[in-house]
Design a protein around this ligand. Structure first.
Ligand SMILES: C[S@@+](CC[C@H](N)C(=O)[O-])C[C@H]1O[C@@H](n2cnc3c(N)ncnc32)[C@H](O)[C@@H]1O
Length: 242
């Protein structure tokens, strides 16, 4: 998969994507991340990419020329997405959609945002959440990493991505590792035993309990199966109430 990022801070993206999971995924050829600096497409001595907003107001806005010339001059992969707080919220479902593509391009804003004529040429806008960052780079990295983990070969162990939070509409069950007892707190006996089917049912019940408590929005959308009800009864000794 080819991912391009248009940013005035290419080094932020390049450094992160050379490290850890992203670095290994790039070395294996699973994904290739390229960066393009819109300052390379400026026409003035100061390499300006921003200007004052029409109609007044605080701050500066990224001008259309450098961004759109960067898109055209480098034949970047499509679809083209801008990172904006007004975009489609980024979720594991959207990451899964993006992981099916051959590539895409992310445009990072800075200052008070991006001229609307650039956004009008994009195929979509993506938001990392209901908060305002100083720039789109952290959002771009979040998108790139979440998508890479879902591409076959993107992780050392592809099963890890299947079994974790959101993959089946639930949060993940609690995880434990060694030692079996730490500071007087023991790992639940059931996960220390070797009964795999029982452990699976315990994990399922814990995932449902955690999702119901912490994320009523996810729980409302989750369709409980007969197997889920059996797991709940086995673990909590009572019927699962809606
Ligand atoms: C300071 S923000 C601009 C915020 C803009 N004035 C607004 O109120 O929507 C600068 C840039 O950071 C990026 N950004 C900020 N928050 C973001 C978020 N929640 N998701 C994605 N990108 C974000 C966008 O690229 C944005 O153009």
């Amino acid at each position: 998969m080819n991912i391009a990022v248009i940013t005035i801070f290419p080094e932020l993206i390049d450094q992160y994507c050379a490290t850890s999971i992203m670095g290994r995924a790039q070395a294996r050829g699973v994904v290739s991340v390229s960066t393009f600096d819109p300052r390379d497409q400026t026409e003035d001595a100061h390499r300006s990419v921003d200007d004052t907003p029409f109609g007044g107001g605080a701050g500066m806005v990224m001008t259309p020329g450098p961004l759109l010339r960067t898109v055209a001059a480098n034949d970047v992969p499509r679809p083209l997405f801008a990172l904006t707080p007004s975009g489609r919220p980024f979720t594991q479902a959207l990451a899964t959609e993006l992981a099916q593509l051959d590539g895409f391009t992310l445009i990072c804003g800075r200052y008070e945002g991006i001229d609307q004529r650039v956004l009008d040429r994009c195929d979509g806008e993506i938001s990392l959440g209901d908060f305002v960052l100083a720039g789109g780079e952290i959002a771009a990295l979040a998108v790139i990493e979440a998508v890479t983990r879902l591409i076959p070969g993107g992780l050392g162990n592809d099963l890890s991505a299947i079994e974790e939070s959101f993959s089946d509409g639930l949060l993940e069950h609690p995880q434990y590792t060694k030692p079996a007892e730490y500071d007087g707190v023991e790992v639940p006996e059931i996960v220390r035993g070797g009964h795999h089917a029982k452990i699976e049912r315990w994990r399922r019940a814990m995932a449902m309990q955690r999702t119901r408590e912490r994320r009523p929005d996810l729980w409302a959308a989750y369709r409980v199966t007969d197997e889920d009800r059996r797991a709940w009864r086995e673990v909590f000794g009572e019927d699962l109430q809606p």
